[in-house]
Design a binder for this molecule. Sequence first.
Ligand SMILES: [Zn+2]
Length: 330
Amino acid sequence: MRDWSTMPKAELHFHLEGAIPVPTLWELIEHHGGDPVIKSPQQLVDFYAYRDFAHFMETWVWMNTFLRTYDDFEFAAEAVARQLVEQNVVYVEAFFSPSDFRRHNLTRQGIALAIRAGLDKVPEVEVPLIVDLVRDRGPEGTSATLDAISEVAGDARVIGIGIGGYEAEHPPELFVDVYRKARDRGFRLTAHAGEAAGPASVWGAIKTLGVERIGHGVRSAEDPALVEYLVEHQLPLEVCPTSNIRTGVVSDWESHPARTLIEAGALVTVNTDDPAMFHSSLAGEFRVLEEIFGLDEETIKKISLAPAQASFAPPDSKQRLHDQITAWWD
Ligand SMILES: [Zn+2]
């Protein structure tokens, strides 16, 4: 058995807000005058348990209400980056979701720059950003967020776009224009699909949005033709095993579709999604591969290297990442 905590790790599906360490969020809660229900860090830990996907989304929205100033975002981003370094995570493409910005008179541009300022304080980990346009905001809202972020994409190092949120209610087809616009502006494309909705959502993301990766995609396993497509095209999947269990998208480890996708030969990466909110870590996801899925070392090695292949980084960075991870295995 390997010690996954020592492996240099990379992940491609990681929400910055959902990764804010509990002590850091607790500081923000206290700083903003406390919460009527959550009275201690332990209560916050216990609060991070979900009946279903919708309950998780409600908790996510609640957590975001404690990010009220640019300083909060900078403070939180720095804490997230420091925790990544402690865990030997060397490269992360991190989502941020500037959707609730209006409530505290913030701008989306300002949020992106504040997050970048926090991340830049921790140069030991490389964290380019992907803006989650939040599908609940519809075609117009997502388009407005894209326009705002485009103004600061260079300075804030925003390299791609995605759509999180309520997948079933807001199918990919609604976002064709905004994805086309993003592609024309040089953003790389991913989308949450096949998590809270089924294979049709994944087909939609591929065929109508032209995504270069699929966020989650686990429900693709329900459609053999889709699995065949994913394998043939080696379209990367940002699989988040523990997340699926915590949100109830997958009912138990026995029936987790990730194993089917891996065994079929899909290009699978493993990711934490929202590690603080799921009490998880990237090393823990590798333990899942080894101990729960029972995968052999060769297969786990391939998965550990998959981010170097599937990332949106320039070729030289991808090669560096590949070499760094390979050196640990040798
Ligand atoms: Zn996600």
